[in-house]
Design a protein around this ligand. Sequence first.
Ligand code: ZN
Length: 437
Amino acid sequence: MFFRLKEKKEVHITALGGIDRVGGANCYLLETPKLRMLIDCGCALIPLSGALFEEDLTEFSYPDFSRIEKKGIDMVLLSHAHFDHIGALPMLIKKLRGQKLQIVASELTLRTIRRSFYDFYREFRQFPFETVRVYPGKPIKYGESSILPVEVPHSVPQSMGFYLEIPGKKIFYPGDFKVNDAEESKTDSFKKTISDLAQRKTDILFLDSSNIYEDGFTLSDRLVWQELERIFSETKGRIIFTTFSSHLARLKAVIQIAESQKRPVYAAGRNLIAFLKAGEIRGWKRFNSHNRFESRVLILTTGCEAEAESGLVNAVFGEAPFRLSFGDTVIISADPIPIPEIENRVREMVRRLTKITKKVYISAEAPDDFSPKAQRANIHVSGHGKKEDLLYLVRELRPKLVIPVHGDVGKRQCLANLIKKEGVETKIIETNVPFEV
Ligand SMILES: [Zn+2]
């Protein structure tokens, strides 16, 4: 059933997915009498087994679109290029069956969508969706409403929060964010934008609870780059490096380190290559079997979460794209996503890697029971803010209400308790239950 909004100032916010877990099918419906929009349209991969190399044991989880199938929506705002924020877009367009729709996102996010959903784009070219490229600080108008894109530091470039001014309400959806970018100038411009927005009397602030149990600010990725530079210079043979394929700033930094040490760089893995191309990252070649005898190369590959069919998992089983040898150093520049099935398969991959290569570096934050033969180093920081990052936004913007998102109910409640101490109201909302503001 659909709600009819009559009052000009009435706004309904409904989580269609993703609110109750990290990495879920993030999707929020915002309805006013004159505007219906989705904010993010993600898809979640739910691992059903912790076994390595079992490709069929992953399930996709999508937002529940039943509320919008008939009435449609005017636009979908996509905050950044992570799959848990864009992955359900093809399904959304299919469900809307040709209804008009604007897709609003940064240039990199739109390029990633085109590359990731290439087959879909060919098939559905006739559908009347329109893409709208947005730039930080340049608002777009829709009737009486205005949408201001705010660039936020995160682990994929061109991540945008959206500051919405709709009749009667000011809402800020920062998406996934932290305060400290690897580039100081980006941290400064983020802080400047937030202090400008502080003048506007925000009504509602969405806030990501992923890292709410962690004190302090999330550190800058620059510290990771320094540690990687040290490891690279101490390593003589081949380096096999994996991180999240969307982590383009880190991949770019690693390519530059390799270049400065005269290491040829190769990339292996479909998703990784799609991101490197979408991000226009240069300085690498596609790995092929002729490269396998070169001794001082850097091979960038997929598999930091031990995904089935990823480059590193295939290599562990002696399959293409490259063969591992006893002289290799493997660097896993990521933390396993804290889901038991994923931790189990990464643990098993690390255990096997330590037996067939010279050295395996894992994140200092990896679970304690990972193989003691792996070397721990500070080779990963999160893209999500910790307690102080979250408090920073609350203290600057002084919103009337905070809606915790992106975490199980324990995390969201913990964030709500922290915010209440600041004298700010909070609201825990549930999937598919409209919240009227
Ligand atoms: Zn993200």
